[in-house]
Design a protein around this ligand. Sequence first.
Ligand code: PLP
Length: 389
Amino acid sequence: MLRTISGFDRIGEENAFAVLARATALAAQGKDIINLGIGQPDFKTPGHIVEAAIKALRDGHHGYTPATGLLAAREAVVRRTLTTTGVEVSPENVIIVPGGKVTMFAAILIFGEPGAEILYPDPGFPIYRSMIEFTGATPVPVPVREENGFAFSAEETLALVTPRTRLLILNSPANPTGGVTPKTEIEKLVKGLEAHPHVAIMSDEIYDVITYDGEEHCSLLTFPSIRDRLIVLNGWSKTWAMTGWRMGWSIWPDGLYDKVRKLAVNCWSCVNAPSQYAGIAAIDGPQDDVEKMCRAFDSRRRIVVDGLNSLPGISCATPKGAFYAFPNIKQTGWPAKQLAAALLDEAGVALIGGPDFGILGEGYIRLSYANSEENILRAIERIERFLAK
Ligand code: PLP
């Protein structure tokens, strides 16, 4: 019998990938499946970014880069951060990583061990909890509630901090809820955290520019009092429709940077060079495509919210950011995961049950509206017909 570490008995998954595999298998059998499951833009990466990668390959950029990423890529991240947050960071605090997930993996690995507590949003991105469990640390869910616009409550979050808390994970705009935590609440939270200097913070800001109705994303970077223990997760996947390129970046405080650099040296060496050149082009090139995508998400958001709210037993809060709707389905009487499975098998609509995002996800389903308006309308019709049965 092979003996592996116990972390693998506890590690979880991201069910969106299982749903994607099932939806793809059903489609291969000839079923007409509308996929509102996986969280990735349905757009192609803008052409000038693709061209930059091709040029990098043609120019012979085929080798290793520094483990933390090309200086030019890190400097591009510095420019982008200045534009979006007004904060000037040093390229010596930036690392280019193979996808946003790698930053959460690194941060949780650095702080998690038995006896440590890590706070994470519930409902929230499932990998936070999975990785915390993997390290043997205690996962402490921070509730983000519908009645609070799926925003973090500073009071509720701070009440969960103990002397054993090592890391607090924040995410706004949020997956799976589309919630955006207002600046006033973040200010309160940061003020409270000043009394707990033993707590590191990882702010997942991967949806930072995807907000609606004039809602402004407030970056944790704008608070100097916590900068020496703040990790900011960001990346190219969502903003520039680059999920398959595996390109992320993160900003680390001086005291932690060398740890993540060593992790890179030990694990992934560096992100592939042509993708890094593409990443520079994404940041420095025209942003019209990003704006176009955000406008398309906005109009789909209205369609999905109106459509869902017209269905019996379903009520859907208007998401303020990202590209997910997280409707409340409690009145339908369906357990959320069963409803999601039945909708895929019987109605051909792939979406995710709320419990895949945490305990508080029961009674909700997640729809990604990164799909065409036509498909969203067809999906709503199918859900309506299914619920009427
Ligand atoms: N953080 C959040 C909140 C996400 O929703 C996702 C992807 O769905 C990620 C991080 C990971 O992004 P990447 O595909 O760059 O690893």
